[in-house]
Write a protein of this length. Structure first.
Length: 283
């Protein structure tokens, strides 16, 4: 056999080994590992750890509150970089009160410790949004967004009926079908009551969003004006984007005209400098 044939055979063996390992890893993660984690979840050990960490921190008259495991993943994108921050919680609820405890979980031992809770009731809430995902009539996931009476976000929660170890940040194996359904029966009426108690909250949230757009508009416009000293064309484009944001924010209800006036002035000065640059300085 010549050397060319030897190299071809070696390459085929390496390629075959690669695919064997790859397929084996897929089978392990999709079937074997998930089956093992589901068996661990069925034992109730991790859910018991969460409930035990929280139970002693509840008020004496709320020791019978239902407790569920929850989490939230905050995904932020910046260019090609994506950063995910993981939050783990225990949520206890009774009557119209929700306690949300931040959790510290050891990724190896699953030892669980709870911090001081947010105590949330209708008198502290301005908006509660709930998204329910079910399968075959059974609740599988409840996504909850909670804001105060000024429209500022307090926190977000995902309560899943099934939680399986997916990473070092989400290491728990918990099955809580009944608790997840109970949370949905608690949070949906609470959201309706909070909505009825705060009829003007959507307008407040909309204005806050518009105000944030106004701040971005000012930043872009001022940045465009300053950057335009060195790159006039780029400065005008940046100011134009800022002006568009300012107009859009005003259309959405941004109070006052500060962002619109600032963006308009920056746009005018940038255009004037662009003309001056190419007709006087650039000649």
């Amino acid at each position: 056999m010549n050397s060319s044939g030897s190299y071809t055979m070696a390459g085929n063996i390496v390629s075959m080994l690669f695919w064997v390992v790859a397929i084996g890893a897929i089978v392990y993660n999709l079937f074997i590992k998930k089956s093992k984690n589901r068996a661990k979840a069925a034992s109730g050990e991790d859910l018991g750890r969460v409930q035990q960490a929280v139970r002693g921190l509840l008020p004496p008259d709320s020791q019978d509150a239902t407790i569920v495991y929850a989490h939230w993943e905050d995904v932020q994108s910046s260019g090609r970089t994506v950063r995910t921050t993981y939050y783990r919680y225990a949520a206890a609820f009774k009557a119209e009160t929700l306690w949300v405890f931040p959790l510290q979980i050891d990724k190896k031992t699953h030892d669980t410790r709870a911090g001081s809770p947010w105590v949330l009731a209708p008198d502290k809430l301005g908006k509660v949004m709930v998204t329910i995902k079910d399968q075959g009539g059974a609740v599988q996931r409840v996504e909850t967004w909670l804001a105060d009476k000024q429209g500022d976000v307090i926190l977000k929660l995902y309560v899943n009926a099934e939680n399986l170890n997916s990473s070092k940040y989400l290491p728990m194996n918990i099955l809580q079908e009944d608790e997840c359904a109970a949370f949905e029966r608690f949070i949906s009426p609470l959201a309706q009551k909070v909505a009825a108690d705060n009829p003007g909250i959507d307008e407040i949230i909309s204005k806050k969003s518009a105000g944030g757009t106004g701040g971005l508009a000012v930043g872009l416009s001022v940045g465009g004006l300053l950057g335009g000293i060195f790159a006039p064309s780029f400065g005008v484009i940046l100011c134009l984007v800022g002006l568009i944001f300012a107009i859009n924010g005003k259309r959405k209800g941004n109070p006052g005209n500060k962002a619109l006036i600032t963006s308009g002035v920056c746009m005018a000065l940038s255009v004037a400098y662009l003309i001056f640059y190419y007709t006087v300085l650039f000649v």
